[in-house]
Structures are given as structure tokens and as C-alpha cells.
Design a binder for this molecule. Structure first.
Ligand code: ZN
Length: 345
């Protein structure tokens, strides 16, 4: 059943490539194509463990995944590198996936670990976003990723840096990485500080960890969105409550399938959808896992058992969950409708 459900035709991919989208959950290091990694590593004299794209991004456990992220982070060294990486991400997303707006997660601690300063990271990424906005007429903003595998004071320190060096491009924070470590409550200080400074808040929860993490993320951390959140759908009464409260879940079909959320009875996102939970479709780490947003939409349609009209509704509703002003959202909705009509979809 899993393989039938995962087969997507070129016609479906071509259709979803034309649908305008917003992208709320993807990590920048996981969006860097292998050929860009090779080019940056060569430029900066970084030794990689392979020269073959398939080998470079082959992962079999979380430890290997972290190793891959480390290679990519080590290869991005100058402000120009940061600018190039994000410019190319936004360009590709616009040209190939029709992404009009994205909120991209910065794996802050990886970059700091490899010697970049906070200022250098943000200046470089901001420059790339500005250039992409000028060249393609689309917007992108940054979410500061907080690594839950590191001690919580590091997360607080990153939020303090964001406050000391404010940027219009940095709009929020997001607790991320392997949920077997760092329960959300440990990061309450970083989150309350972020809230007091007007930064938005998302949390990876209920992916590898218990449903309780979703509740804690919403209550103790005052999270405004949840990344993944699958575990919460296993408890129907909780799922209905989350739906009633209009909590947004940024889900990722391919990555969740690989983690076991595609079951013989169907994918967990169908359970979420059937309970009325509010979902957006996202990629997580597309270059490493070998997917893109078009494929994730086609897969979601398959897993949810819905048609193209419902998927258009899901794509448009993601705008509501974006961290934009009401005026910017209204403009984006108008553009979405106009471009759907122009593409005769
Ligand atoms: Zn993620």
C-alpha cells in the first residue's frame, strides 16, 4: 500500500508546480542541493566524505543526518556564501514550485559552531533574500532555529543575540532537532524572552516525542504553530480540541512517512485532516530527503484522499498561518487568486 500511495505521475507534479504556495516549514541547510555543497566546499577548502551527490546525502539514521548538516554548515563561511545559498533557495522555490512566500528556518547553532558570527549569518541571509525579492518579486523571512539537543542557555543566548541585533528579516524562533532530547518546557526562558520582544514562535513537537510536547509547546511556550505534531492526532479528543482552537500544524508528508507515520491504515495526516486540524504542506529538508513542494502536495492529496480543489483550499489557507500583517496577507491572497485564475487551474 505504501508504494502505491507514494507513486506520483509527472502530470500531477506539473499540475502542482503551477499552484501558488507559501512554505512555512523547511530548514535552510536541508534545502542546499548537493552540487551547491560541492561548489562551496571546494571554494572554502572543506573536505567532504564523498564527491557523489547520492553518497553525500545518503542517511540511514539521525546521527548521519546531523553529519550531513554539519558538512553543509561547515561549507558556508562568508556573508556571500549565506547570500548565495538563500538566494538560490528562493529562486528555485519560485521557478520550480511557484512559492510566493516562505519562512525559512536557520540552523543557527550549526553556523555559530563553524565560526560564523550571528551578525554575519543574518546579514548574509538578509542580503540573499533582498536580492531574490528584487529579482523574482517574492518574499522570504527567517525563523531562528533553536537546537533542542544543546543546553537550553544556548537557545536563550541566540534569542538575546536576535534582540541585540534586530532585523526585519528575522520574524520568529523555532525549537527543532531530535525530539528525544530537550523537552519543550526546558526552553521556556528563550520562548518568553522571544515573546516579550515580539518574535513569533513555532515548535517541533509530537514528531518523535509524546503528544504532551504539543500541549506544552502551546501552553508553556505559547507557540503559535506546531511543526509536525502527528502524535497529537492519535488521541481523538485532543485532536478535536486542537482543531476547535484552530492550531496550525506544518506537516511534511515524505519525512513523516519515513518516520513510520504512513501506516497500513493510512497516513496520520488523514486522521489530522478528518478531525478538522488545520494543516499546511511542507518539505522539511527537501534536498537531503529528495523531494520538493510539488511532490509533497501530490503526496498529501493522495494521503488525504482529496482532489485538486481541496488542495487549493489547503494551499490558500496556509497564508492565514503565515507571520505576515493582515494587509500583507490580504495582498498575498489576492495574488494567489489572480495567479490561480491566470494559470486556469
Ligand atoms: Zn523540521
Amino acid at each position: 500500500m505504501a508504494s502505491t500511495l507514494s507513486h506520483i505521475s509527472q502530470e500531477e507534479l506539473d499540475y502542482y508546480a503551477k499552484v501558488p504556495k507559501v512554505h512555512l516549514h523547511s530548514h535552510i541547510l536541508g534545502m542546499v542541493p548537493a552540487d551547491t555543497l560541492l561548489s562551496l566546499a571546494d571554494k572554502n577548502g572543506v573536505a567532504l566524505d564523498s564527491r557523489t551527490p547520492e553518497e553525500l546525502y545518503r542517511y540511514y539514521n539521525f546521527q548521519r543526518f546531523v553529519e550531513i548538516l554539519s558538512h553543509i554548515a561547515a561549507s558556508i563561511q562568508t556573508e556571500e556564501d549565506y547570500s548565495r545559498v538563500i538566494y538560490e533557495c528562493v529562486e528555485r522555490a519560485y521557478r520550480e514550485e511557484h512559492v510566493l512566500y516562505s519562512e525559512l528556518a536557520v540552523q543557527t547553532s550549526y553556523h555559530l559552531l563553524y565560526g560564523s558570527s550571528y551578525q554575519q549569518i543574518i546579514d548574509g541571509f538578509s542580503d540573499g533574500i533582498r536580492r531574490a525579492e528584487r529579482d523574482f518579486g517574492v518574499q522570504a523571512r527567517l525563523i531562528l532555529g533553536l537546537n533542542r539537543q544543546l543546553p537550553p542557555p544556548i537557545a536563550t543566548h541566540i534569542v538575546r543575540q536576535a534582540i541585540a541585533y534586530p532585523s526585519p528579516y528575522v520574524i520568529g524562533i523555532g525549537l527543532e532537532d531530535f525530539e528525544g532530547y530537550g523537552p519543550p518546557e526546558d526552553f521556556a526562558e528563550a520562548y518568553s524572552l522571544a515573546k516579550s520582544e515580539g518574535l513569533h514562535r513555532t515548535v517541533h513537537a509530537g514528531e518523535h516525542g509524546p503528544a504532551q510536547n504539543v500541549i506544552t509547546a502551546l501552553t508553556r511556550l505559547e507557540g503559535e504553530r506546531i511543526d509536525h505534531g502527528y502524535r497529537a492526532a492519535e488521541d481523538a479528543s485532543l485532536a478535536y480540541r486542537l482543531a476547535e482552537n484552530h492550531v496550525h500544524f506544518a506537516v511534511c508528508p515524505t519525512v513523516s512517512s519515513r518516520q513510520g507515520w504512513l501506516r497500513p491504515t493510512g497516513h496520520i495526516i488523514k486522521q489530522m485532516y478528518d478531525c478538522g486540524m488545520w494543516l499546511s504542506i511542507n518539505t522539511d529538508d527537501p534536498a537531503i530527503v529528495g523531494t520538493d513542494l510539488n511532490r509533497e502536495y501530490a503526496l498529501a492529496a493522495r494521503y488525504l484522499g482529496v482532489g485538486r480543489r481541496e488542495m487549493t483550499g489547503i494551499a490558500r489557507q496556509a497564508i492565514d498561518a503565515a507571520w505576515l500583517s493582515p494587509e500583507e496577507k490580504a495582498k498575498l491572497r489576492a495574488r494567489f487568486d489572480r495567479e490561480m485564475a491566470e494559470a486556469a487551474l
